[in-house]
Design a binder for this molecule. Sequence first.
Ligand SMILES: *[C@@H]1O[C@H](CO)[C@@H](O)[C@H](O)[C@H]1NC(C)=O
Length: 279
Amino acid sequence: MASSSLIFSVLLVFLIATASAVGNFNQNFDITWGDGRAKILNNGQLLTLSLDKGSGSGFQSKSEYLFGKIDMQIKLVPGNSAGTVTAYYLSSQGPTHDEIDFEFLGNVSGQPYTLHTNVFSQGKGGREQQFRLWFDPTTDFHTYSILWNPQRIVFSVDGTPIREFKNLESMGVPFPKNQAMRIYSSLWNADDWATQGGRVKTDWSKAPFTASYRNFIANACVVANGKSSCTSGSSWMNQQLDTTGQSRMQWVQKNYMIYNYCTDFQRFPQGLPKECTVA
Ligand SMILES: *[C@@H]1O[C@H](CO)[C@@H](O)[C@H](O)[C@H]1NC(C)=O
């Protein structure tokens, strides 16, 4: 009995260890567009997207996930990145899709990126929150994480939570929990709106623009043929923000949040969305 439970524990530790191993881009992702502008390098350890006047580029995960804790390290387009948008998100398919978004809006040299976030549930988004970062996201890789479990979605940057979207189905707010999602990323030109409201255009003399990705880690439930790889017992399935996480998030929201749909009374003259009315 004791020895079999020991073997079981050893096996379990092994399974958890392999599940959280750094993913290989060749194994986990497909380049989906860009005609050679997206590249998987260093035996699958690095992926780069590029954008020039002809096109942007993008990739998507081979797997579909239903809940997980997903980390990606990204180094954003350096220098004059005005007009460029690097999107990194989870999304399901179809008109009533769910989506969890990070979007990085470039800027002219020396001016800050905007980190734009949104959550769509059953086809409805409009839940934008935007942030500045407390570091230059172009000089090094930083970790952008999504914790998604049945109770909440938490966006984190280098382990610091910046946004939480709670499951408030009890109040009639749909929550993404039935549709499996793929991971997508793309680098594209959005100079009609992205930088300073579209006033600053992409400087094509600086092209190609490049963003880099590494150290993808998915502790996540993979859905294939209608079946989930997950058994109960993954620690992140019930994870919530502890008091440290909550106070870190408050620090970010107080000092680095630049837009919050939940305080945009002009936009919602009939009243704020329901999820905004709870603390
Ligand atoms: C770019 O920099 C300007 C000036 O600091 C700022 O107002 C703007 O929000 C920044 N970000 C974007 C995406 O325009």
